[in-house]
Design a protein around this ligand. Structure first.
Ligand code: NDP
Length: 388
């Protein structure tokens, strides 16, 4: 029997919701490209419930406890005195979400001799030291595609929020004002802009597809070029590297994983090479950008706006400069944790656990590290320290 440590974000400050804004979430029948939805034997929650917080426990409590496993659920994850660190020494399985990541550093992995499986409930396993997981033979898995469209929708929303100057205009409305000139002095139409995605994987491609009707000029870069029929269908221009992409666009939306090749890619030099007044939306990972270079570029006007939902660390301190930098439309890390997405990644987590306990292989597309090496989606999208 396994000890499972589940690290989740805290319940709402107003308490676990007694009722939801809507009565259901739409039923999907598959992901774009044909990947099938999570397929656990059953689930013990109603899709649309808040399962990503501590009381929701990803809907796993009954399944795990009926199976005789020990379940610890906590949001206390940071520092040596945290409950997470206290529970690590005899944990077999750790599960956490990128929105509230339980950072599995090499030091913490060394303190967890029994740890065999680290599941990311969602997408993006950079909060796990993958080199250390490889060295220790720990399997790392995530639910590929579970929230890709959720993130793509958020990215498009934030592009529009920046370009149309939504956030300050909303504040004028709620504050009782009617200051049209103040609202529109930074507002533009997106139509006609050059808009690029840095990485055209599942999310990046979904962003491109959603932007087609806006009559913008689309651009992308990726380590792998899209099939020519997809490039033609989307009328999108390929750039061989990020330096070429950012020089050619007014808006760049970042959708690459965080790994050695993308760490601090958006530094002072790259930002200086962009068109003055460019916008960046980053729903991938904060550390793809140099924190203070973004602040300086906004303050100088080199960037007209920055938005996204990813920060480092998470949660960020109260004085993190991205909370107050000019012309930002930041949100906490929420894009991939809508109630719709939670239902999918909670079911995917259950599917992974069912396979693991039954000794069946985990779906290839869910694997990041397995058998002492990058595997499945991990082998396609990540690099290890030795690749950098
Ligand atoms: P995918 O694996 O489908 O796509 C990632 C793409 O990035 C791949 O096409 C990959 O190319 C490309 N890539 C990797 N490294 C580079 C590089 N150095 N330069 C250019 N392209 C590169 O992932 P998703 O689209 O599903 O997710 C992307 C990221 O979004 C996740 O890793 C995660 O960090 C973040 N995310 C954020 C969420 C949120 O809530 N904000 C939720 C979900 C994900 P190749 O295959 O050739 O390596």
């Amino acid at each position: 029997m396994a000890k499972v440590v589940l690290v989740l974000y805290p319940d709402p400050v107003s308490g676990y919701p007694p009722v939801y804004a809507r009565d259901s979430v739409p039923v999907l029948h598959g992901y774009p490209g044909g990947q099938t939805l999570p397929s656990p034997s059953s689930i013990d929650f109603t899709p649309g419930e808040l399962v990503g917080c501590v009381s929701g426990a990803l809907g796993l409590r009954k399944f795990l406890e009926d199976g005789g496993h020990q379940l610890v659920v906590t949001s206390d994850k940071d520092g040596p005195d945290s409950e997470f660190e206290r529970e690590l020494p005899d944990a077999d399985i750790v599960i956490s979400q990128p929105f509230w990541p339980a950072y599995l550093t090499a030091e913490r992995i060394a303190k967890a001799p029994k740890l065999k499986l680290a599941i990311t409930a969602g997408i993006g396993s950079d909060h796990v030291d993958l080199d250390a997981a490889i060295a220790r033979g720990i399997t790392v898995a995530e639910e590929t595609y579970s929230n890709s469209i959720s993130v793509a929708e958020h990215a498009v929303m934030q592009i529009l929020a920046l370009v149309r100057n939504f956030v300050p205009s909303h504040q004028w409305a709620t504050n009782g004002g009617w200051n049209i000139a103040d609202c529109v002095e930074r507002a533009y139409d997106l139509e006609g802009f050059d808009v690029g995605v840095m990485a055209a994987g599942r999310i990046g491609q979904a962003v491109l597809r959603r932007l087609v009707p806006f009559d913008v000029n689309l651009h992308y870069t990726d380590t792998r070029r899209l099939p020519s029929e997809v490039e033609q269908e989307l009328n999108v221009t390929f750039h061989p590297d990020v330096a070429s992409l950012v020089r050619a666009v007014d808006v760049v939306s970042i959708h690459a994983p965080l790994h050695p090749q993308t760490y601090h890619l958006f530094d002072e030099k790259l930002l200086a090479s962009m068109r003055r007044g460019s916008y960046i939306v980053n729903t991938a990972r904060a550390e793809i950008c140099v924190r203070d270079a973004i602040v300086a570029a906004l303050e100088s006007g080199q960037l007209a706006g920055y938005a996204g939902d990813v920060w480092y660390p998470q949660p960020p301190p109260a004085d993190h400069p991205w909370r107050t930098m000019p012309n930002n439309a930041m949100t906490p890390h929420i894009s991939g944790s809508t109630l719709s997405a939670q239902a999918r990644y909670a079911a995917g987590t259950r599917e992974i656990l069912e396979d693991w306990f039954a000794g069946r292989p985990i779906r290839e597309e869910y694997l990041i590290v397995d058998g002492g090496k990058l595997a499945g989606t991990g082998a396609a999208s990540y690099t290890t320290g030795s690749d950098s």
